[in-house]
Design a protein around this ligand. Structure first.
Ligand SMILES: Cc1cc2nc3c(=O)[nH]c(=O)nc-3n(C[C@H](O)[C@H](O)[C@H](O)COP(=O)(O)O)c2cc1C
Length: 351
């Protein structure tokens, strides 16, 4: 079932969450290939002096990516955010997403991301400025936020109404407060309340780690789409598993070991092409670690693989690991859905 954002139709209602340091172009493309209908880029700073940096230019790389190209921007100054929107639209962004969901402490030496939810006038000023910049290009502006700053400042509903009034065309809500970081559990009542309060599509996010959980979150929130983050790390095929379960009520068989071998080797090659050999071999380790973490011998392989410093040797080690696994089993064991990522992981990749 498609979903409309402004004049853009999304393929389905299963989204991969923006994750800095994770959802780069190769990973987004893999998730799209495996059933995600929509993928937002990792956040791009509104600090102009960083736009030329290698990190930002990699994040702004959309070569060959299926549309719509959605770029998330982060910052604390309305004029700078408007300029960032314009800059990314000039480089092909078809949707601009404003980050008010990330718990990272500081962007631009000020509190940004979800911290903006505490400063409603500034949050609104940013939204208005970005919408004004994007509107002439007919580029929809969307926004991702949390349920509020803290337990006693859960203002997502009030903000959602104001953001909708200012022209935001889709809202994603992660069911935690800023104060929670990634601790505790996501709650879905506030997301349901946001959904009931606005007419624009609402996307539910937080702790969706299985097809059953996706169905439950749709039912609890009435949301138009669900967004999966950490559960897609090392398991990008979760999107087709969710799609199958929602359509048929039965579990799709886990992927064949041979298919995962092929997907991973292809992912690694795309990864090296984007980051170059030196960085590529190092930054690929986290993805490999996630792919193998629940597999027999995975932990030991991960430790061994961290010592490999050459792309060809890394590819060969992965191929050998999966060849050995294929000799023992046809399919990847069913995932327990545990979300292993923590605040530490987020802090590490957001640093
Ligand atoms: C490593 C990491 C990086 C993240 N980076 C971003 C980001 O750049 N922008 C953003 O809006 N949220 C970011 N998030 C939050 C996710 O988009 C998502 O809201 C959160 O992980 C909850 O969803 P999940 O339980 O499905 O993982 C990040 C999360 C993680 C774990």
């Amino acid at each position: 079932m498609t979903l409309q954002i402004g004049n853009i139709a999304l393929e389905n209602r299963l989204f991969v969450a923006p994750m800095a340091g994770v959802t780069d172009r190769p990973f987004r493309m893999l998730c799209r290939e495996l059933g995600a209908g929509y993928a937002v880029s990792e956040m791009v700073t509104s600090r102009k002096e960083l736009w030329g940096s290698l990190k930002t230019s990699r994040r702004a790389n959309h070569d060959g990516e299926p549309g719509p190209i959605a770029v998330q921007i982060a910052g604390t100054d309305a004029a700078m955010m408007a300029e960032a929107a314009q800059y990314n639209i000039d480089r092909g962004a078809q949707i601009i997403d404003i980050n008010m969901g990330c718990p990272a402490k500081k962007v631009c030496n000020k509190w940004a991301g979800s911290a903006l939810m505490r400063d409603e006038p500034l949050a609104l000023e940013i939204v208005e400025a970005v919408v004004r910049a994007a509107m002439p290009h007919e580029v929809p502006v969307t926004l991702k936020m949390r349920t509020g700053w803290s337990e006693d400042q859960r203002n997502a509903v009030a903000l959602a109404r104001r953001f909708e009034g200012a022209g935001v065309q889709m809202l994603t809500v992660h069911g935690r407060t800023r104060e929670q970081g990634y601790k505790g559990r996501a709650e879905y009542d506030t997301i349901a309340a946001v959904k009931a309060a606005v007419r624009v599509p609402v996307v539910a996010n937080g702790d969706i780690h299985s097809p059953e959980k996706a169905r439950e979150v749709f039912a609890l929130t009435g949301a138009d789409a669900v967004m999966v983050g950490r559960a897609a790390q090392g398991r990008p095929w979760i999107f087709r598993e969710i799609a199958h379960f929602l359509a048929n009520g039965t579990q799709l068989a886990p992927p064949l070991v041979a298919e995962v071998r092929r997907l991973m080797l292809d992912h690694l090659q795309q990864h090296y092409a984007l980051y170059g050999d030196y960085s590529g071999v190092r930054t690929a380790r986290k993805h490999i670690g996630w792919y193998v973490r629940a597999l027999p011998g995975g932990e030991e392989f991960r430790a061994r693989m961290n010592a490999i410093e050459d792309c060809d040797a890394q590819l060969e080690a992965v191929a050998d690991f999966f060849d050995a696994l294929a000799a023992r089993m046809d399919r990847i064991p069913v995932s327990d859905g545990a979300l292993v990522s923590t605040d530490e992981q987020a802090a590490e990749v957001l640093a």
